[in-house]
Design a protein around this ligand. Structure first.
Ligand code: TYD
Length: 145
């Protein structure tokens, strides 16, 4: 496990777009993600968003300590990250590309394509205490309050 970063101090520059290995087989492709060696955290939870209507927004929260790797396992969607100062929009559409999100960033997901699947590998088990769901509270968190 990499050193836990304080979510208050993280910025957009700490986000990494990770190219995952694509194994091409005669009968399709395969991508494997190995805990710790391919991504800088131990995977403790996997979840995925699916059947998301095109006009629905997801996310709209920050995490205090959670690291995540997000992959468009199928289809595509947009994710906008905000660090209290700057924001950046990413379009995920390749199953062999991952977005590594450190703790402390606000995220909004939208524009899911039909059949879009957002696969999330997470460093921690689900804990509602790790969420910041109120935007004003998030802004205060990033200012150290
Ligand atoms: P939430 O993380 O708010 O969804 P999203 O960011 O995709 O819009 O979670 C939605 C609901 O699912 C919420 O009631 C908590 C529950 N949930 C779990 O029970 N376990 C999990 O691992 C996650 C991510 C959510």
């Amino acid at each position: 496990m990499i050193e836990q970063i304080d979510g208050r101090n993280t910025r957009i520059k700490d986000v990494r777009e990770i190219k995952l290995k694509r194994i091409n087989l005669s009968n399709g492709a395969l991508t494997a993600i190995n805990s710790v060696s391919d991504i800088p955290f131990e995977i403790n939870r996997v979840y995925y968003l699916y059947d998301v209507p095109n006009n629905s927004d997801r996310g709209a929260h920050g995490h205090r300590e959670l690291y995540q790797l997000i992959v468009a396992a199928s289809g595509s969607f947009e994710i906008t990250l905000y660090d209290g100062h700057d924001s950046k929009k990413y379009v995920l559409r390749q199953p062999d590309e991952g977005l590594l999100i450190p703790p402390g960033l606000w995220r909004d997901l939208k524009n899911f394509s039909g059949g879009g699947i957002c696969l999330v590998l997470a460093s921690m088990l689900y804990s509602e205490d790790d969420y910041i769901r109120d935007f004003s509270q998030y802004e205060r968190f990033k200012k150290g309050n």
